[in-house]
Design a protein. Structure first.
Length: 256
């Protein structure tokens, strides 16, 4: 929501920082659990072609890490800090003010988020490393959230758009999760498994990353083919039609 109204919201920077700081309090807990989930998702994806028996020690190590993160003495404090920060932010929303109204309050943020997703895709295409693909995923996620917020303007058109954005964000998110797991296993101070088994697992992981990479670009180049100006103009028409329908319905109720 903040990024959707960013061009017309003077307090964007301070509020965005508040939400990011709150999320950062939980990042350690989230990352440890995420790596275990990523392992399970990978094994499920390659179940037909891979014998996971040799990889069991890797999962056991990831489970120990996740359990240790949950036992961290600071975890309750960080969770309470995040909760208080979010509560405080929620109370401030009553005072939020935008410099524009109607679709004009949303158009700049909508167009910007979509344009950034297109640029991030181009950057990832030119240099498809983990960081660039993760940056692309974040921009796609922004646009997905914006689509969810506005889908009632024209559900028949925006529901498929939202589904495509969700699918693309999921593929890029899975790629990022695998990259995080890969880095963790590659740089862990203690071995998770015998070297040969760990190497075999990482080979499997990297192949899955390549598959996701290919799929993301195939979908992304179609999904993000429209220019940002054209998309914003089209969605403005959705807004106008939606508003006209709302007003027409109101007039019918008044006459009745």
């Amino acid at each position: 929501l903040l990024k959707l109204v960013r061009p017309t919201f003077d307090d964007y920077k301070s509020e965005n920082k508040a939400f990011r700081d709150a999320a950062r309090q939980l990042s350690g807990l989230r990352d440890a659990a995420s790596m275990l989930e990523t392992y399970d998702a990978l094994m499920s994806a390659v179940a037909d072609t891979t014998d996971r028996t040799a990889f069991a020690p890797i999962r056991a190590g990831l489970l120990r890490d996740a359990q240790a993160a949950c036992r961290d003495a600071d975890a309750p404090v960080r969770m309470e800090t995040a909760r208080r920060a979010l509560d405080a932010a929620g109370k401030r929303t009553d005072r939020w003010m935008l410099r524009k109204t109607g679709f004009d309050a949303l158009a700049g943020g909508l167009r910007s988020s979509y344009a950034r997703a297109r640029r991030a895709m181009d950057a990832a295409w030119a240099e498809p490393d983990d960081a660039k693909l993760h940056a692309w995923r974040k921009r796609v996620k922004d646009h997905w959230y914006h689509t969810r917020l506005l889908r009632d303007l024209n559900p028949s058109m925006l529901d498929p758009h939202e589904a495509a954005a969700d699918r693309l964000a999921d593929m890029l998110g899975d790629h990022h999760d695998l990259a995080v797991l890969e880095a963790h296993l590659s740089h862990a101070s203690s071995g998770f498994a015998p070297t040969a088994d760990l190497d075999a697992f990482l080979t499997c992981l990297r192949q899955r990353k390549r598959t996701l990479n290919t799929g993301a670009f195939e979908l992304g180049r179609l999904f993000l083919s429209e220019r940002d100006k054209a998309l914003a103009k089209r969605w403005r028409k959705y807004w106008s039609t939606w508003r006209a329908g709302k007003m027409h319905g109101h007039r019918l109720l008044v006459k009745a």
